[in-house]
Design a protein around this ligand. Structure first.
Ligand code: ZN
Length: 62
């Protein structure tokens, strides 16, 4: 089974994430590579902070 990053489409080969020149054959499991995983975490935290700020504004307005 091939492990492929769902964001940058790199594939994991023996613990290394490399840009694949070809489409993987057979079963492909999608996940985040370490770089895209940390990017996704930052995006989630940003969105959480934005949602919290919106919530606090709503409380002030009520
Ligand atoms: Zn990636």
């Amino acid at each position: 089974m091939t492990i492929q990053c769902c964001m940058c489409h790199k594939i994991e080969v023996a613990g290394e994430w490399t840009q694949s020149a070809t489409t993987p054959n057979g079963l492909v499991s999608h996940t985040y590579c370490p770089v895209c995983y940390s990017r996704a975490q930052v995006a989630i935290r940003t969105e959480q902070a934005r949602a919290r700020a919106r919530h606090e504004l709503n409380l002030v307005g009520a």
